[in-house]
Ligand binder design. Sequence first.
Ligand SMILES: [Zn+2]
Length: 142
Amino acid sequence: MILTLLPKNLAKPGFSFVAGKGDNECKGCRFYKTCVDNLKPGRIYTVSSVRNIEHPCKIHDSGVKIVEVNESQIEAAIPKKFAIEGATGVFSFSCNERCQYHDFCIPDGIKIGDKFHIITIKEKIECPLNNNILRVTLKRKD
Ligand SMILES: [Zn+2]
């Protein structure tokens, strides 16, 4: 469980987001550590619960709320030969922005070289550049 801050309207259980690096205004903010430093840029997090504590924010006029988040599961596509439930692997991809499945072939939240753990195997995807790839749900591993 990780604590961070989100704008009040987004501080809802189940909300997922890609962590950013924080804006220039964020430097020097007394909540910087919790808000920005607690998360890794480019990774996806999902809100698990919302604490009823609000703080002012220079970027979000309505203020921010403390939320508990976890790193999200990722919907991805990987070669069939590596698609085994419970298996671990190292992520790579060989697709491009033109592929209609690039959200799965090149998903947010994981980069080339990241370790992952496969949670569920789903259907085959007809990626024009990759034969025999399957949709999977995976979790990044440290
Ligand atoms: Zn593709």
